[in-house]
Design a protein around this ligand. Structure first.
Ligand code: SF4
Length: 199
């Protein structure tokens, strides 16, 4: 895994600073904290989630609470950890009230920050975690159930894969063959395989 140069880290800090004062959409009025990123800034793997939920908004970190714990378990099942192997960010940096879906105008307003993060990191693998992230990054009308686990060409010649959001997996507890949790297990193994090939 390649870490960012000092210059790239400085560029990332500048974007974060801009975000911290951002008032480009009405979510700035209801947020507690901006959730800019988690994990480790690197050029190899990035995970893009949807938008901060209640706990993320409280802590200013992505993927905390039960969904975050499940994400960590999924990563750990193939030897990944968020502090060693991936950078984590969201489509939106501020929490939509009551965890509703982001509005198109909010996504449009926040897009510049996500694009800047991708362009500075230039990750080789991008994981699109959940429907909102898929809709933001892929020009497709297909639902996540159909396209999860498939590789798509991403920005800067990266490989992008849609995966289930851990919140969805928490609502679908079965581990039987063909269940969402079983599919996630197939997907994370494939991600590990491709990750290792890129070393
Ligand atoms: S969601 Fe994005 S665009 Fe809206 S206020 Fe927060 S940082 Fe700015």
């Amino acid at each position: 895994m390649t870490l960012l140069t000092e210059q790239e880290n400085k560029e990332l800090d500048k974007i974060k600073e801009k975000c911290l004062h951002c008032q480009k959409c009405p979510l700035s009025k209801t947020r507690t904290n901006i959730v800019f990123s988690g994990g480790i800034p690197n050029h190899k793997m990035m995970l893009i989630g949807e938008a901060p939920g209640f706990y993320e908004d409280q802590k200013g970190e992505p993927f905390v609470g039960k969904a975050g714990q499940l994400l960590d378990k999924i990563l750990a099942s193939v030897g990944f950890s968020r502090n060693e192997h991936l950078y984590i960010c969201n489509t939106l940096k501020c929490r939509p009230p009551e965890n509703r879906d982001p509005l198109p105008e909010e996504k449009e307003a926040c897009k510049e920050y996500l694009e800047a993060q991708i362009n500075i990191l230039k990750p080789r693998i991008i994981l699109l975690c959940g429907r909102v992230a898929v809709q933001s990054m892929l020009d497709t009308k297909q639902g996540i159930i159909k396209i999860r686990g498939k590789w798509f060409e991403g920005p800067n010649f990266s490989k992008m894969m849609p995966i289930y959001h851990p919140s969805y997996l928490l609502r679908n507890d079965s581990r039987e063959k063909g269940s969402p949790k079983w599919q996630m297990w197939q997907d994370i193994q494939e991600i590990r395989r491709v990750y290792d090939l890129m070393d």
